[in-house]
Design a protein around this ligand. Structure first.
Ligand SMILES: [Zn+2]
Length: 356
C-alpha cells in the first residue's frame, strides 16, 4: 500500500511544470483506488475518492499550489481515516464526515479540544511581550485573566477600567492598583529586583499611601505565573468553543497528552472537516465556527496542523515522517474504529490514554 502511495507521490518531487504534474497525477489515480478493496467501498468512501482523484474539484487543483509534504501528510492521515469510513459502521471519524456533524460535535467531548481560558491566552501573549520588549516594559494582569502592558518606564501613571470585567487597573504614582488578582508580571527575578530597587529608592510606596496605609506592589515572576496557569484545571468542554490562532499554534497542555498525540488528533479532526466541507455537508457559517480565529480557510488550518506535527516529530528526532506513519497508521486507524461516541469524559480519556 505504502509503496503504491509513494509511486503516486513521486511525481510531486519532480519539478515539472504544474500541468504535467497534474496529468501524471490523474494517471496514477487508478492506483490509489486499487488500494481500497472493492467490497469495502461505501458510498461515503466512493464520494471521497472521486472528490480527491477524479473530479475537477478544488482539492486536486489546489495540490498544485500546496507543498508536496502537505500532500503526503494528507494521504497518510487519509490512511488513518480510511478504516473508519469503509465498513459503513458509525464511528467518530465517519460522524465528522457527515451531514450530521454539527449535532455530533455538540453532544460529544471531542478529543484534544480544550477551552481557551483567558489566563492561558494571556500567558502566551505575555511571554511574547516580555521576550520582545525593552527591559523596563511592564506586563500586568487583571483578576479576570485579561492582561495589559505599560511601555517606557513600565510603571502605571493612570487609572483605567479593564475592558473585560470593568474593574480598576493601572493606577497612579508608579504603583499598580492594590487589588486581589491584579499584579505585575516580571520577566524574572532580576527584573523584579531592578524595578523594586527603583521603586524603593524613590519611596513611591510610602509617598503615595492611601488613608495612611502603605500600598502593596503586587507582582509575580513569569515562571511562577506560568506554572500556576498551566496547572489550572482544563474545563472539560462538550462541543466546540472557537479559539484563537495563537492558542491553536502554541504548545498545549492537555491532560497528560504528549504534543505529537495532540497534533496527530488535530490533523485527523481538521482533515475530516476539510473532507466534510469539500463534500458539501457543511454550511460555511458552521465551518467558520469550527476553525480557529484568524484563519481564511480550513485548508490553511490543516496545513498548519501538518507543520505543527512535523515540528513535534522533529523535536523527538523523527525526521522520516513516512516511516513514522508506516509504523502507526494501522494501529491508530484501528483504534479510531472502536470509538463511536465520546459522550462521557471517561470514554474520551480512555481513548486519549490509548492513543498517547
Ligand atoms: Zn479584568
Amino acid at each position: 500500500m505504502i509503496i503504491s502511495i509513494n509511486k503516486i507521490i513521486i511525481p510531486f518531487y519532480e519539478k515539472d511544470s504544474n500541468k504535467k504534474l497534474l496529468e501524471n497525477f490523474k494517471k496514477e489515480s487508478n492506483l490509489i483506488l486499487s488500494l481500497f478493496p472493492l467490497e469495502e467501498k461505501t458510498e461515503k468512501l466512493k464520494k471521497i475518492l472521486e472528490l480527491l482523484f477524479f473530479s475537477k474539484f478544488s482539492f486536486l487543483t489546489s495540490i498544485i499550489t500546496i507543498r508536496e509534504k502537505h500532500y503526503i501528510l494528507f494521504l497518510y492521515i487519509l490512511l488513518i481515516i480510511y478504516p473508519s469510513i469503509t465498513k459503513g459502521k458509525k464511528t467518530y471519524i465517519s460522524s465528522l464526515i457527515d451531514l450530521e456533524i454539527i449535532n455530533y460535535i455538540k453532544l460529544n467531548y471531542i478529543p484534544c479540544l480544550i477551552e481557551e481560558n483567558t489566563f492561558k491566552k494571556s500567558l502566551y501573549e505575555i511571554e511574547d511581550f516580555l521576550n520582545n520588549n525593552d527591559y523596563k516594559s511592564g506586563a500586568y494582569i487583571c483578576s479576570c485573566g485579561n492582561w495589559y502592558k505599560i511601555l517606557e518606564c513600565g510603571l502605571p501613571l493612570y487609572t483605567f477600567n479593564c475592558l473585560f470585567c470593568k474593574e480598576i487597573i493601572g493606577d497612579t504614582f508608579h504603583i499598580p492598583y492594590d487589588r486581589n488578582g491584579h499584579y505585575r508580571i516580571f520577566r524574572d527575578k532580576s527584573q523584579e529586583d531592578f524595578v523594586m530597587k527603583w521603586v524603593n529608592e524613590n519611596n513611591w510606596l510610602k509617598r503615595n499611601c492611601v488613608n495612611g496605609e502603605i500600598r502593596n506592589f503586587r507582582s509575580k515572576i513569569f515562571s511562577d505565573f506560568k506554572n500556576e496557569v498551566e496547572n489550572m484545571n482544563d474545563n472539560n468542554i462538550i462541543g466546540f468553543i472557537k479559539y484563537s490562532k495563537e492558542f491553536f499554534i502554541k504548545n498545549k497542555n492537555i491532560r497528560n497528552l504528549n504534543q505529537i498525540t495532540i497534533r496527530l488528533i488535530e490533523c485527523v479532526f481538521y482533515e475530516c472537516l476539510l473532507l466534510n466541507w469539500e463534500l458539501e455537508y457543511l454550511y460555511f457559517n458552521d465551518l467558520e465556527n469550527l476553525i480557529p480565529n484568524n484563519y481564511d480557510s480550513i485548508f490553511d488550518v490543516l496545513t498548519d496542523c501538518f507543520d505543527l506535527l512535523e515540528i513535534e516529530l522533529e523535536k523527538k528526532g523523527i525526521k522520516e515522517i513516512e516511516i513514522f506513519f508506516i509504523m502507526i497508521y494501522n494501529k491508530i486507524g484501528n483504534l479510531f474504529i472502536n470509538y463511536e461516541i465520546f459522550n462521557t469524559i471517561e470514554i474520551r480519556n480512555e481513548f486519549e490514554n490509548k492513543i498517547n
